[in-house]
Write a protein that binds this ligand. Structure first.
Ligand SMILES: NC(=O)c1ccc[n+]([C@@H]2O[C@H](COP(=O)([O-])OP(=O)(O)OC[C@H]3O[C@@H](n4cnc5c(N)ncnc54)[C@H](O)[C@@H]3O)[C@@H](O)[C@H]2O)c1
Length: 189
């Protein structure tokens, strides 16, 4: 009986969440107010990271930019400042090197979480990929890392809900091809 009730609950909730998602596509949602927030962007030296920095720049935030490529960081910071933003700090940082990440800014995804959960406030955004949802010919290593990113971020989201920390929001972004140079030469229908 329990199994049947659980299954019925799953089906009803699945339908409700799909309807909710569909409605949100049609009905415009109020945008989140990020005024006064600190926004840390990794990979901010080019591509999507730089675009994010430029999008956040006019929104009254303090920007913290990380990238391994210091020239790219300088260029992003310059472009952000040209938009009239003064609260921008950039740090050369190898996000794959745990020691360096701790030394440079004393924070990582893991290190941010205690402060966020204490305040029950914050937003973690993981830029994964559509290749984190389906396997792709020729992208086995990339897919493996992106499946890991999606699994990690989704589990974190559920752990936060289970802990009652619903003030800490999470977003997983799964883009298709974007013309940043990362996938130059790749073809798709
Ligand atoms: N471009 C696409 O089509 C696409 C599609 C899906 C997902 N994505 C994802 O979006 C994210 C950004 O991609 P992009 O297209 O902007 O690429 P990009 O190459 O333009 O930017 C990536 C940035 O990350 C920096 N970087 C690389 N290794 C680093 C390290 N170890 N430490 C710190 N910084 C490092 C690079 O210097 C670069 O500035 C990536 O995670 C990528 O997998 C991109």
């Amino acid at each position: 009986m329990n199994f049947l009730l659980e299954t019925l609950r799953l089906i009803v909730l699945t339908i409700c969440y799909h309807l909710e998602a569909f409605l949100k596509v049609i009905v415009p949602q109020r945008k989140k107010n990020v005024s006064g927030e600190i926004v840390l962007i990794t990979g901010a030296g080019s591509g999507i990271g730089r675009l994010m920095a430029l999008e956040f720049a006019p929104l009254d935030v303090s920007l913290v930019l990380w990238d391994i490529n210091v020239d790219g960081l300088k260029e992003t910071a310059k472009q952000v400042k040209e938009k009239g933003v003064s609260r921008v700090h950039y740090y050369q940082c190898d996000c794959s090197d745990r020691e360096v990440v701790y030394r440079v800014a004393d924070q990582t995804y893991k290190a941010f979480l205690p402060a966020m959960t204490n305040k029950n406030h914050g937003h973690l955004v993981s830029v994964a990929s559509s290749a984190g949802l389906i396997g792709v010919n020729g992208l086995a290593d990339y897919c493996a890392s992106k499946f890991a990113a999606v699994g990690f971020a989704e589990s974190m989201a559920l752990e936060l809900i289970a802990a009652g920390k619903e003030g800490v929001k999470t977003t997983i972004v799964c883009p298709y091809f974007i013309n940043t140079g990362m996938f130059d030469g790749c073809g798709t229908k």
